[in-house]
Design a protein around this ligand. Sequence first.
Ligand SMILES: Cc1cc2nc3c(=O)[nH]c(=O)nc-3n(C[C@H](O)[C@H](O)[C@H](O)COP(=O)(O)OP(=O)(O)OC[C@H]3O[C@@H](n4cnc5c(N)ncnc54)[C@H](O)[C@@H]3O)c2cc1C
Length: 458
Amino acid sequence: MTKDSHSIDVVIIGGGIAGLTVAHELIRSRAGITVTLLEAGAAPGGKIQSANILGNHPIDVGPDALLTASGAVRKLCEELGLADALAYPTNGTTGIYHRGSICAVPPGLISGVPVSPVSLARSPMLSLHGMLRASGDLVLPRKEFTAASTVADMVISRVGAEVLTNFVEPLIGGMYAGDTRYLSAKYATPPLFQALQQHRSLLMGLRRRPRTTSRGGLGTFAPGGLTTLVDALTSAISPVADLRTATPARSLHRSPAGWVVNSDDDSWSSRHVVVALPAPQASQLLFPTFVHQAELLRSVEYASVITVTLALPPQPHRRSAIPGCVVPRSDEHLITALTCISDRWEHHRLPDAYLVRCSLGRHGDERAWLMTDEEIIQRVRTDVTSILRIDASTGDAVLKRWENALPQYGPQHGAMLESLGEIEADNVSLVGAAYRGVGIASCIEHGKATAERILGRL
Ligand SMILES: Cc1cc2nc3c(=O)[nH]c(=O)nc-3n(C[C@H](O)[C@H](O)[C@H](O)COP(=O)(O)OP(=O)(O)OC[C@H]3O[C@@H](n4cnc5c(N)ncnc54)[C@H](O)[C@@H]3O)c2cc1C
């Protein structure tokens, strides 16, 4: 069946934060531009989703905070009139669960590595031997690291296994739900990798890093959470762009005008296409036009994760000094992180409940994923009771599974980025968490940069 294509300037495939940012930047910057955004789901937002706990209290069930130090994030919030809605933690201290206690992350860590091992002297998480080994970095000879080097290789060879196990693995592994023995040093820990490109010693390189002027840590929007950002983007885009939900893109073909994108019952012709999808879905769309790139995308590994939020009975006498912690892979608990969100965020402080959010699941560890929802919630209650030393056996629970949700920047990541760069010359751009940073801030930065590049070519 032949279909008449709508002829437009840019088709964006995928309505997560990356695709929405591209659409917003295009229509904000160029009057009269025609943009269509195709989203497979019933609503835009992708991983950014909320649910209600206790009947009507909204909580984020995917990401729950974004990095507000990013200039692109602050600019987007200003453009959308959201700057004043940004909420910051009442207590942003983060901890690492270590031998039965939650220990505060020592100050001055960069990607989990201390700028000075002496700064760790008071931390119970590093033994004297571990501290001496970390200091060895100052005298050890230079070693070359490439994009194929793993985070574990690089960190162990410079500052030792204890810094890796006790700091880098839980903090970096927590961000990617990943395994530092698989993650690429260059792409998962860029500050560490870059320091070693210029300096023999990792500690010296980190200390001599240019100071950034950016301010702000993690933030969200009160009271609605991160879906506030999605709603604002959608409202800004919809009057101008053609935003189609429940419309998965099925194929991408070359045409005399550039490209034709087909859904089940419609098609769009345009010179520029932005593929804002996770790697497996992007791979399906690029095949067979870009066979090599499709294969590289198909080989990207993902971690499946689960979030569980518990509404426990009020804890009037509890006020955590450290309201969140990551749990090392080596620990016996199944949860990988927990946050007492009632202590961290003002808008989650409730008179009749104490909210605790937990994460489970890691790359290469399917134990939680294979359990039933009931088993997971029961296990979370046991783990929270053990870690926080409070009774977590009763109260409402909200569970959300995220299958293949977090991309793992493995040893082939650099080769993949290079290869994807080649098809940009054909006006096909790939954007989103699979490429230049998994966090929302990175997706926004990548989305804005992609839109600017397209605008330069229109
Ligand atoms: C549990 C969890 C917690 C996280 N916590 C944080 C956090 O606290 N802070 C942070 O910064 N980051 C966090 N992240 C990471 C961050 O949320 C994601 O990396 C980011 O939101 C991904 O955005 P995206 O636009 O690249 O992709 P997605 O959000 O995956 O969007 C892709 C969109 O494409 C659509 N789609 C798929 N196939 C098609 C098709 N064929 N046609 C059209 N549309 C299609 C999907 O429906 C989806 O809406 C977390 C992630 C998870 C899973």
